[in-house]
Design a protein around this ligand. Structure first.
Ligand SMILES: [Zn+2]
Length: 85
């Protein structure tokens, strides 16, 4: 994990409907990639990208797309495979 921006949205956990913090995976504003500086980002129609969250309450991860500032395509995150040695 690295540094990210926090998406300022009231979008709740899609599974248990608790407040969660959505973090940007990448965010493009007017064609420019926004640097990840732990800033609060209010979405507008000139932004697109992806964001994700992990809900502490129900232990579920979600990914979502941001298209024209709108949050769409919220999906369960694929489980991270554990490496075996
Ligand atoms: Zn949840």
């Amino acid at each position: 994990m690295g540094v990210y921006n926090v998406i300022d949205t009231k979008t709740l956990c899609p599974k248990c409907h608790k407040p969660v913090e959505w973090q940007s995976k990448h965010l493009i504003y007017d064609g420019f990639v926004l640097a990840n500086l732990l800033e609060n980002i209010v979405l507008n129609e000139r932004m697109e990208g992806e964001m994700h969250t992990f809900c502490d309450k129900c232990k579920t991860g979600f990914d979502a797309d941001i298209i024209n500032g709108q949050i769409t395509n919220i999906e369960y995150r694929k489980p991270i495979k554990k490496l075996k040695y």
